[in-house]
Design a protein around this ligand. Sequence first.
Ligand code: BTN
Length: 228
Amino acid sequence: MTCSFRILYFERVSSTQDVAKKNLKENLVVVAEEMYAGRGRRGHKWHAPRGGLWMSAVVKPPEKMHLLTLAAGVAVVKALSELNISAGLKYPNDIFVNGKKAGGILTELYGELAVVGIGINLQNQIPDELRDIAISLPDIKRDALLGSILKNLCRETKKSPAEIIREWKQHSINLGRWVRVSEVREVYEGIAMDLDEDGFLLVKTDAGIKRVVAGDVALINPEKDYIL
Ligand code: BTN
């Protein structure tokens, strides 16, 4: 099954998410050279100067919306692998390369359609204050990566929930690791054990198994990790 995407290129926009939302049509893709109000998950600002891949694609979401973030992550990892970069997925939306964040995914639902925003650091400068945690991939050509992501996004978003979860788990860098989860009302630590059938992370804590729905998940204590 192939998808034919229609790509709109812009020099500078507030956020490709906003432009895609305004032109909401299945298979529309918005790409910008730079964004001045790029956004990340949970209201974070996303730094998006020239040189990176900043794109938003309008797709039909899987029945369980949360799985779209996971399927998009798998699509990005497969696309990077086609360009000889080995990447992993940190729950729920981070793309990691060599232990640092190379990109992220933001999914937003508008009625029957969803906008999948994907940001990957390529030739763009990483701000000094983020150098310890973020990485760029300067050898990757943006349009080659864009083409490969779209091809894989088309395939991954059509898979069954069980397949999406199975593939996400194969590329996960969380499972079996000690994590700190920051939710709106509580912070807790434990071992990231598995995903449930809806794709939510299950963390084993002293107080029992917790299901991470909207929290940030940090990998914090390698000494407490164990391999499942
Ligand atoms: C995150 O890690 O919190 C998600 C980052 C998502 C960034 C992308 S860049 C393209 C699209 N447009 C935006 O404003 N954000 C997403």
